[in-house]
Design a protein around this ligand. Structure first.
Ligand code: UTP
Length: 291
């Protein structure tokens, strides 16, 4: 199977999960709408997509996630209020959010796992390679991480997974690759192990929440039986994909915060607040005073 050279035009952002690591907070509020300083988590994923020159975004949502749609929609009442107050700066910001990208929404009717969430977008994505972003992974990097993957895709014309070197205690929580190095930071994957037992990881390179996927992944997802807890795992489908075409990994340049867990979210909040153009200086002073 070989995919012809195609530009990445579409991005999928999966946002339908239960967010159990963040309970009880996520009982009535989508994890993707947790604030990171002054904007919700999912805003950062959309921003990264747009910065990577992809404007068509498909967000997978589920019951109880309306606030995501409202956030990226226009709010005429709010705009009117800001206009009347003459607050042009805030007005521009609010309007910009609803014009950042073309967003469409797909409902995942049952939360049967990340692989299943991706599969729900099959018809909308069609027969072309696409980007996939898991919005709880927040990155700080000079070049957007998605763009770094797109550059590898351009060169090698196959699926590309973002990976990072992990501490050995973290390996059992991630999909870990076995791979051959092709050039600095770029690998060809030979095997994948989802959540390896302690001491059994094939490398220290774990898969994180950014991907470029060829459309053949949908066929593999359709053939992937539910794994543990009845969920269709994306890693299982990628393992199948490996049997048909080359799959690559890109060790991205940057830092990542797992904002889908309370500790990672706190770390992301502090780091982003320290770098915030308006709040950064005062927040830094505050932290110094506290010590
Ligand atoms: P996670 O593994 O973080 O699952 O999913 P989760 O349910 O959101 O959170 P926890 O682990 O229970 O705390 C990775 C991504 O896949 C999406 C999530 O929204 C998240 O962006 N996802 C997961 C779906 O869209 N549908 C699913 O059925 C499962």
């Amino acid at each position: 199977m070989k995919t012809g050279k195609a530009r990445i035009r579409k991005a999928v952002i999966t946002a339908a999960g239960w967010g159990t690591r963040f309970l009880p907070m996520t009982k009535s509020q989508p994890k993707e709408m947790l604030p990171l300083v002054d904007r919700p988590l999912i805003h950062y994923a959309v921003e990264e997509t747009v910065a990577s020159e992809i404007e068509d975004i498909i967000i997978v949502t589920a019951q109880g996630k309306h606030s995501i749609e409202n956030y990226f929609d226009r709010s005429f009442e709010l705009e009117h209020l800001l206009e009347q107050r003459g607050d042009t700066k805030l007005l521009e910001q609010v309007r910009f959010i609803s014009s950042m990208a073309n967003i469409c929404y797909i409902r995942q009717r049952e939360q049967l796992g990340l692989g299943h969430a991706v599969l729900t977008t099959k018809q909308v994505v069609g027969q072309e390679p696409f980007a996939l972003l898991l919005p709880d992974d927040i990155f700080g990097s000079q070049v957007p991480v998605l763009k770094q993957l797109m550059e590898v895709y351009e060169e090698y014309q196959g699926s590309v997974l973002a990976v990072e070197a992990m501490r050995s205690e973290d390996l059992p929580r991630y999909g870990i690759i076995k791979a051959q190095s092709l050039e600095k930071g770029v690998y060809q994957i030979t095997d994948l192990v989802e959540k390896p037992a302690k001491g059994e990881a094939p490398s220290n390179l774990g898969i994180v929440g950014r991907y470029i996927l060829t459309p053949e992944v949908f066929d593999m997802l359709e053939r992937t039986p539910p794994g543990k807890e009845g969920e269709i795992q994306l890693t299982d489908a990628l393992k199948l994909l490996l049997e048909h075409q080359a799959v690559y990994a890109c060790r991205y340049d940057g830092v990542r915060y797992d904002a889908g867990s309370p500790l990672g979210w706190l770390q992301a909040t502090v780091e982003l607040a320290l770098r915030h153009p308006v709040l950064g200086a005062e927040f830094t002073e505050y932290l110094k005073r506290r010590r």
